[in-house]
Design a protein around this ligand. Structure first.
Ligand SMILES: Cc1cc2nc3c(=O)[nH]c(=O)nc-3n(C[C@H](O)[C@H](O)[C@H](O)COP(=O)(O)O)c2cc1C
Length: 332
C-alpha cells in the first residue's frame, strides 16, 4: 500500500520523526495505545531519520532501523543526505526491501553533525540542491515523497518560497516546523508563517511545533488551516495524546490517563524495547522512563533505583511498588 496524501482522511494526525525515539518499539506502542479504543485509526507514523550514505553502504545497524513490523503501518521512513544520487539509491533500496507507505526527506534537522555536510536544514540554504534531491528520488520511487523543513535557516519567511520550490520539484507533501534553524528550540513555533505556506502551495501541508496536548492539536489546526499536524515531543512518554485526539475526532470525550495505565504501558514499552535491541539494552530505555514518569509526585526515590537498575525485573518491580505505594485516589 502507498499513502495517498491528497485523499486520506482530514485532519491528518502523525507522529513526527525523532532520532533515537521513534523506533519500531515505540511506534508499535503508540499503535497499541491508539488501537485499544480507535479501531479505524487515522494515525501515520514517521520513523526516525536514517543516513542515505549508510543505507547505500549496507550498514547493518542502519538497515535494522528501517525494518517495519506490520503493526506499525502506515509508516513513512525519513532519510537524510545531500547527494541526489545517493538519496535516490537509498530511497529505492528502502522501498524495495521494506515497503514503507511513504518516504520523507529531512530538510529540517538543525544539529551541526547533520548540517555541516549540507544535510537537514542546511538544504534550505541551497534550493538548487534540494530540488535535485527531490527530482532524483521521485524518479526512483513510486510511494509518495514528502519533505520536512523548518521555517527557514535564519528568517521565518524563507519556508514560503522554499515550499513552492519543493512543490514544483515534485514533492507530494510538506511538513513545516515553525522555527528557524538558528532558533533551535527557543521561542515558539510560528504558526502564522506555516499558515502562509498552506496558502501558497497546492500540495497538502502538515504543521509541526509545540503541540503537547490534544487541545493544542485542534488549536494548531484552527490557526494554520493545515491538512494535519505532526507531533514530536508531545508524544514522548505520552502515546495517549494520539488516542485522545482520535477520540475527540470521533466525537468522544478523551480519556484521562491513570497512573496504572501509565505504568502498564511503560512496562510494555520496556519489553518491546528489549525485544528489539536485546535484553542488555536497559540503559537505552532510561530516557523513555524519564518521559513516562516525568513530574509524578513521590517518584524520585523509585526513579533512583530504576535509573541504576541492571536488569528488567528490578525496573518492573520498582514501578509496581511505586504504584502499590500510592494512595488509592491517585491511581485512578
Ligand atoms: C529527540 C528528538 C529527535 C528528533 N529527530 C528528528 C528526526 O530524526 N527527523 C526530523 O525531521 N526531526 C527530528 N526531530 C524534530 C521533531 O520531529 C519536530 O520537528 C520538533 O521536535 C518540533 O516538534 P514538537 O514541538 O512537536 O516537538 C527530533 C526532535 C527531538 C526532540
Amino acid at each position: 500500500m502507498k499513502l495517498d496524501w491528497n485523499n486520506i482522511e482530514r485532519p491528518i494526525l502523525a507522529l513526527s520523526p525523532m532520532a533515537d525515539m521513534t523506533d519500531s518499539a515505540y511506534c508499535q506502542i503508540v499503535r497499541n495505545v491508539v488501537n485499544g479504543s480507535i479501531p479505524q485509526s487515522r494515525l501515520i507514523v514517521f520513523r526516525e531519520m536514517v543516513s542515505s550514505e549508510a543505507v547505500v553502504r549496507g550498514n547493518e545497524k542502519t538497515l535494522g532501523m528501517t525494518e517495519i513490523h506490520p503493526a506499525e503501518r502506515p509508516l513513512v521512513q525519513q532519510i537524510f543526505g545531500s547527494n541526489p544520487d545517493v538519496m535516490a539509491r537509498a530511497a529505492s533500496f528502502i522501498q524495495e526491501n521494506y515497503s514503507p507507505e511513504g518516504i520523507d526527506i529531512n530538510m529540517g534537522c538543525p544539529v551541526y553533525k547533520i548540517t555541516h555536510n549540507f544535510n537537514g536544514s542546511a538544504l534550505m540554504k541551497d534550493p538548487d540542491l534540494a530540488v535535485s534531491i527531490v527530482k532524483a528520488m521521485k524518479k526512483t520511487i513510486t510511494v509518495p515523497l514528502s519533505v520536512k523543513m523548518r521555517a527557514g535557516w535564519s528568517d521565518h519567511n524563507e519556508c514560503i518560497e522554499f515550499a513552492k520550490i519543493i512543490e514544483d520539484a515534485g514533492a507530494d507533501l510538506i511538513t513545516v516546523h515553525g522555527r528557524t534553524k538558528k532558533q533551535g528550540y527557543s521561542g515558539l513555533s510560528n504558526r502564522e508563517v506555516v499558515a502562509k505556506v498552506k496558502q501558497s502551495v497546492s500540495i497538502p501541508v502538515l504543521y509541526n511545533g509545540d503541540v503537547f496536548t490534544w487541545q493544542d492539536y485542534f488549536e494548531a489546526l484552527e490557526q494554520t488551516k493545515c491538512d494535519g499536524v505532526l507531533i514530536a515531543r508531545g508524544g514522548l512518554g505520552n502515546p495517549w495524546i494520539f488516542k485522545q485526539i482520535e477520540q475527540k475526532l470521533a466525537g468522544q470525550i478523551p480519556d484521562e490517563v491513570s497512573l496504572e495505565e501509565r505504568i502498564k504501558v511503560t512496562i510494555e514499552h520496556l519489553d518491546q524495547h528489549l525485544a528489539q535491541y536485546g535484553q542488555d539494552r536497559l540503559p537505552t530505555f532510561r530516557k523513555h522512563i524519564s518521559w513516562y514518569l516525568k513530574g509524578l509526585s513521590g517518584f524520585k526515590p523509585y526513579k533512583q533505583i530504576i535509573m541504576t537498575a541492571k536488569d528488567r525485573d528490578t525496573v518492573v518491580k520498582t514501578l509496581e511498588q511505586f504504584l502499590h505505594d500510592q494512595p488509592l485516589t491517585s491511581k485512578a
